[in-house]
Design a protein around this ligand. Structure first.
Ligand SMILES: Cc1cc2nc3c(=O)[nH]c(=O)nc-3n(C[C@H](O)[C@H](O)[C@H](O)COP(=O)(O)OP(=O)(O)OC[C@H]3O[C@@H](n4cnc5c(N)ncnc54)[C@H](O)[C@@H]3O)c2cc1C
Length: 473
């Protein structure tokens, strides 16, 4: 069994370490932030200082696919989330029966467990630090890569890392889970290698979000999907832990007129304009409006022109690729990626470094890259659609898949079978082509959705939204 170093104790680094340790590997996580996890939800939410994760207190929701993988692989993490006050809920059962047609066999697949992000991570860290074979060292910043004799002439072979202060730590394999701003690409270059291929651009989205807590222990009733699209904005309504939830507007970061949503009273007034979301704002806010922009879409490939750029090192989770998060897929994709690495190491050990890197590249491309590409395609269309809204135009594209995506969303609100297909895609339980493959589904989606209004859920026009944000209130 191998000695493995994981860089970063974020959600995906922790999960990866636990999966590998369960297979008998000896895993050490090196985390730059020194604060240990808190042992209850409120401490985690209020006190846990995690500057290494920019989105630490932003809206998060764990998809049913994440829950299913966790249930199968690391059920103790789910139990710990619940012990910290996390919510076990079924995103489908939360919807009104006139939309769902009532409970059906199979709807249990839409179950998930959710909590605010610091609580989720505290739960994963709590289980991680008591897991046999996992050691978590906090306050340790990795500053460089240790290399040994090359396995491939053009690529450095990583045999460990250098940490702040110059000490070296050796390993059979280094796993980069250092998140969206991972410094490892530059470290490979400093070690005499070629940088991994990188696709990088600003996603173009901004989030204006607040968290709330119920005064009486009840959670708002869901009147539509967790992510609803309207003229110029999308609205997220996300249950959390301990009677909390988050609500967010997401829109184009270029839309200067909507920047008034930074103001809490404008934000509250705006939310009241959305009949299916307004009631989520009728509680005690526990945050001001939290704004995050400049979120990058970033993707790396470690085999370039057919040749690995490095051996002895692989990247998972956000360090490998990340996107605008409105579809809430980061942790689910990271978990799939971590499982893929664990499975590969059962076949190919780190003492076959070239084979390991090549196979992990192939597996990454076939399992998680398609999810990254689909997310990016959705975001590009949505951003263009918002740009058209701002210009007072209707978004036109020759991409038939966008028309189908829109039709699926609209038809889902009219037909329980289509709603299940839509929810399966949104839960990352299947891809759109898989959801549409059911007999008669395409014709149903087109009949109900093709000529639906651009935004089927009732909401304000852009002019109404802007005048509400501008006041007076
Ligand atoms: C606004 C926003 C909302 C999101 N909402 C959702 C959601 O609803 N659902 C969802 O599934 N995903 C969501 N995501 C994505 C999710 O947050 C990420 O996918 C997830 O945090 C990635 O985990 P990770 O472990 O790969 O990286 P991170 O969580 O970023 O962890 C990386 C860790 O590496 C450490 N590190 C960095 N450099 C070094 C170094 N040199 N040495 C040692 N340690 C280092 C950092 O301190 C950090 O702790 C959201 C993202 C954003 C931006």
């Amino acid at each position: 069994m191998a000695e493995i170093l994981v860089l970063g104790a974020g959600l995906n680094g922790l999960v990866t370490a636990m999966l590998l340790a369960h297979d008998g590997h000896s895993v050490t996580i090196l985390e730059r932030d020194d604060a240990p996890p808190r042992d209850d939800a409120e401490n985690a939410w209020l006190e846990w200082h995690r500057p290494g994760v920019n989105q630490f207190r932003q809206l998060h929701f764990m998809l049913p696919r994440w829950r299913a993988l966790m249930q199968q692989e690391l059920p103790a993490v789910l139990e710990q989330v619940i012990a910290f006050g996390g919510s076990r809920l079924n995103v489908f059962a939360e919807l009104p029966p006139d939309l769902t047609g009532g409970w059906r066999a199979g709807d249990e697949r839409f179950e998930t467990v959710t909590a605010r992000r610091p609580v989720l991570e505290a739960a994963a860290a709590t289980v991680g630090q008591r897991s046999h074979g996992v050691s978590i060292r906090r306050g340790v910043k990795v500053t460089g890569l240790l290399t040994g004799p090359r396995v491939i002439a053009a690529a450095p072979h990583v045999t460990g890392v250098v940490i702040d202060g110059g000490a070296v730590l050796r390993a059979d394999l280094v796993v980069d889970a250092a998140g969206r701003r991972s410094p490892v690409g530059a470290m490979i270059e400093s070690a005499g290698g070629r940088r991994p291929d990188e696709e990088l651009e600003d996603s173009g989205f901004v989030y204006y979000a607040r968290h709330f807590r119920s005064a009486d222990g009840s959670r708002p009733t869901a009147l539509g999907p967790l992510l609803q699209h309207f003229d110029s904005v999308s609205v997220l309504t996300l249950p959390g832990d301990n009677d909390t939830w988050g609500v967010g507007f997401t829109t184009s970061a270029r839309d200067k007129q909507l920047r008034g949503l930074r103001d809490a009273s404008a934000w509250q007034a705006a939310l009241k304009l959305y009949p299916t979301a307004a009631h989520w704002g009728e509680a005690d806010p526990i945050t001001d409006v939290q704004v995050i922009a400049g979120i990058e879409d970033r993707y790396h490939r470690y085999v370039v022109d057919g040749e690995p750029v490095v051996t002895g090192l692989v990247a998972i989770g956000d360090a490998w690729a990340c996107t605008n998060p409105s579809l809430g897929r980061g942790a689910s994709i990271g978990m799939l990626h971590a499982c893929a690495l664990r499975d590969l190491l059962r076949d190919v050990s780190p003492d076959q470094p070239e084979k390991l890197v090549r196979r992990f590249d192939e597996i990454t491309e076939s399992t998680v890259t398609p999810l990254y590409r689909m997310t990016l395609a959705f975001d590009r269309h949505r951003l263009n659609e918002i740009a058209a809204d701002v210009a007072g135009e209707t978004y036109q594209t020759s991409d038939a898949s966008w028309a189908m995506t829109k039709a699926l969303y609209a038809a889902a609100q009219q037909d329980p079978d289509v709603l299940r297909a839509y929810a399966s895609v949104a839960s990352m339980l299947c891809t759109p082509p898989e959801a549409l493959a059911a007999l008669g589904m395409v014709s149903k989606v087109l009949t109900l959705g093709a000529n639906a209004p651009q935004y089927p859920t009732p909401g304000p026009t852009r002019a109404e939204l802007l005048s509400t944000i501008a006041g007076p209130r």
